[in-house]
Ligand binder design. Structure first.
Ligand code: 3HC
Length: 655
């Protein structure tokens, strides 16, 4: 048995009449032009050599095939095209078996669907994540998957981008078996057992019958969740087409749609987000630094924030010691955490056994000495400098010397907190977003003295928590709140200049934000920002433009939604324009002699985008943010900036 090579990334070996073709294109075996050319050559060889009676296709490393090569999108296409390679595999005269050893995503699953049988390792993961990139599958996924699993199930998977486990793939009928032995050996035996006459070609199968109700429900659920995005709606249309159109017609329509979407602004933005996410959390010089081992996490404070962080840590498989001020508060904290886990069970995110397992790893106590067991302590107490500094000094006397101390502050200076401790190099900030067990964003605040391995540990921890870590330097409010403050300031300037809050909100909502800024202020409550402005009043530069309207609202007791009134009124919970606010705005303009002018929606968006980008540029020049794409991720994942626009820095560059 000698090794054959068909391209840099495709090799093969003949075992017992079966040609085992291996794709080795690290890191994820994406279908680059070299892979496609190598596959075409391998099948050419397998067709001509009579010693080959069947083919097994597999991936080297931990992926089967991670999909089309996203880096090639936006470049001129190079032959052979993926749909042609895939058609050739499907039509191949000798049996072809996919040995799915790991992730088989997008184009990777399309290759597997074209094979005549599919065997998966238990760790395999399958799905079509294309919609998350603003596209639809472009090499047969929308036409072949429904022929295996039915229209409703295919709509559910393709329009959502949901990834399924090997076990679920077996249940759905995507794979023929899950191998608990040696996958390759099973696949070779399988390929040998099928006679060439009996191969089952997915594209030639008729679609399993399903009820009209199930299909309509899957379609309407998918469209509702898509909230106006194009790709999921096109995915639904294409899967439905599979029911009526012959294979070739369906494939041609799918390819046309794929190319149109691939070349769209939305897809370019989502590709930017994809690569931004992979770049985030990478810190120059930190590659060779080993993170410390974390098994037990101490969390001081089990209120709203602390309980969310606790659930997140339990989900990550850690043991958690929650600390409260007394036994009664500890009991309440534990109930709050158990309540969040109950909700996770109700929504199907965790099963009953998973809930029990998590609770078995949790202790909530008033005995702070127990933190001697903790490898990292995260504080989530009241955001007050004196309270946090005093807590860190106490922790200094309790925890081990190698324990990391993290503060979850939103606005305080973690360098000041660190300086009050004996070992400031073990201190850093972890700025979670609320609700902490749901929100993916985590700002990791690298303080002046934070040791490299402490930072590396926080990044590794974030990854295990399933978070998206973005490193920020120390500045008031870190990356997100600095930009949000600039956005708030500009929005208020525009109100003074003549735009109404509802015009601004409508423009931003049409742009893709779930809520405009004034609706967000009302939802979050106006009093915290008011208190900050009062604190800053004495040191504020008197020549700086200052808008008093928000202060007037607070003075009138209008603290936002929870008081029923803020920038808007909320009769029966419905956001409505309040003439009283309109009068306050007009009065504030008149006091400054401002003649109100009108703004188009595009002008509103442009001005707010510019305010965010200017502040973003300042953060980059100050070295607070490492890269523009980090700023985009923070605004998308923490502040509702539409991912389909790629974040403020990306969007401004495209305008
Ligand atoms: N193309 C190009 N590069 C890719 C890639 C792809 N499809 N998938 C991953 N990469 C790169 C990443 O950019 C990263 O590069 P870096 O090391 O330089 O930062 C590297 O591979 C590792 O990626 P991850 O950090 O994400 O690795 P994980 O091990 O955590 O996850 C994975 C592996 C599950 C395969 C994950 O990378 C993933 O989900 N990839 C994208 C899958 C996808 O969207 N596929 C569909 C592509 S579109 C398509 O196939 C169209 C077709 O229908 C025609």
């Amino acid at each position: 048995m000698s090794a054959l090579r068909f391209s840099d990334t495709i090799s093969a070996a003949l075992t017992d009449g079966i040609l085992v073709v291996t794709i080795d294109n690290a890191p994820v075996n994406a279908l680059s032009s070299d892979v496609r050319a190598g596959l075409a050559a391998a099948f050419e060889y397998a067709e001509k050599d009579d010693a080959v009676v069947g083919v097994v296709l597999t991936g080297a490393g931990s992926s089967f095939i991670g999909g089309a090569d996203i880096k090639e999108f936006g470049k001129p296409p190079v032959e052979p095209h993926l749909p042609d390679v895939i058609s050739r595999i499907e039509a191949f005269a000798k049996p072809v078996v996919a040995a799915i050893n790991g992730a088989g995503l997008g184009g990777g699953l399309e290759v597997a669907l074209a094979c005549h049988r599919r065997l998966a390792a238990p760790s395999a993961k399958l799905g079509f994540p294309e919609v998350k990139l603003g596209i639809v599958p472009g090499a047969g996924g929308t036409q072949r998957l429904p022929r295996l699993i039915g229209i409703a199930a295919a709509i559910d998977m393709i329009a959502s981008g949901r990834i399924v486990s090997a076990a679920e793939a077996l249940k759905l009928g995507i794979v023929d078996s899950v191998s608990n032995n040696i996958l390759l050996a099973d696949a070779i035996a399988d390929a040998k057992s099928i006679s060439a006459a009996a191969v089952r070609r997915t594209g030639y199968l008729s679609i399993p019958s399903g009820t009209v109700e199930a299909i309509e429900k899957a379609a309407s659920d998918a469209l509702r969740k898509a909230r106006g995005q194009r790709a999921p709606a096109e995915a639904v249309r294409l899967v439905r087409l599979a029911a009526t159109a012959p294979l070739l017609e369906g494939l041609a329509e799918e390819r046309r749609t794929f190319i149109t979407l691939r070349d769209s602004e939305e897809a370019a933005a989502l590709r930017h987000v994809f690569f931004a996410e992979r770049a985030a959390g990478k810190v120059e010089g930190l590659e060779a630094v080993a993170p410390r081992k974390i098994e037990t996490i101490g969390i001081v404070g089990t209120g709203l924030m602390g309980s969310g962080i606790t659930v997140s840590a339990l989900n990550g498989g850690y043991r958690v010691i929650g600390i409260e001020q007394n036994a009664e508060a500890a009991e309440k904290g534990r109930d709050r955490i158990a309540g969040l886990l109950d909700k996770a069970v109700q929504s199907g995110r965790v099963d009953a056994a998973g809930r029990e397992d998590r609770l078995s790893r949790l202790t909530v106590t008033a005995d702070m000495q127990q933190l001697v067991q903790a490898d990292i302590v995260i504080e989530a107490v009241f955001d007050d400098l004196a309270v946090k500094t005093e807590l860190f000094q106490r922790l200094d006397g309790i925890v081990r010397a190698d324990t990391i101390l993290a503060t979850n502050t939103s606005y305080l200076d973690p360098d000041v907190i660190a300086a009050a401790t004996k070992l400031p190099e073990r201190v850093l900030g972890l700025h979670f977003f609320s609700p902490a067990h749901i929100m993916r964003l985590l700002e990791v605040v690298n303080c002046k003295k934070t040791a490299p391995d402490v930072l590396a540990t926080a990044l590794a921890l974030a990854k295990r928590l399933g978070k998206l870590p973005v490193v920020s330097g120390v500045t008031e409010g870190f990356i997100g709140n600095r930009i949000f403050s600039a956005y708030r300031r500009e929005a208020e300037y525009m109100v003074e200049d003549g735009a109404s809050p509802q015009e601004i909100d409508a423009a931003l909502e049409a742009y893709g934000f779930p809520m405009g800024p004034f609706a967000v202020f009302d939802m979050a409550g106006l009093e915290i920002a008011w208190a900050r402005r009062k604190r800053q009043a004495a040191t504020r530069d008197p020549s700086e433009r200052y808008v008093v309207i928000a202060d007037r609202l607070c003075e009138a007791g209008r603290f936002g939604q929870k008081t029923g009134r803020g920038w808007y009124a909320y009769p029966e919970g419905n956001r409505t324009v309040d003439p009283e606010v309109t009068a306050m705005i007009e009065a504030a303009r008149a006091e400054k002699g401002i003649v109100p002018k009108s703004f188009t929606a595009d002008e509103i968006v442009s001005r707010l985008l510019k305010a965010m980008v200017d502040e973003g540029d300042t953060l980059l020049s100050e070295g607070i943010a490492a890269r523009a794409s980090d700023i985009d991720l923070v605004m998308i994942n923490g502040y509702g900036f539409p991912a389909s626009k790629g974040g403020p820095m990306f969007a401004a560059g495209r305008r």
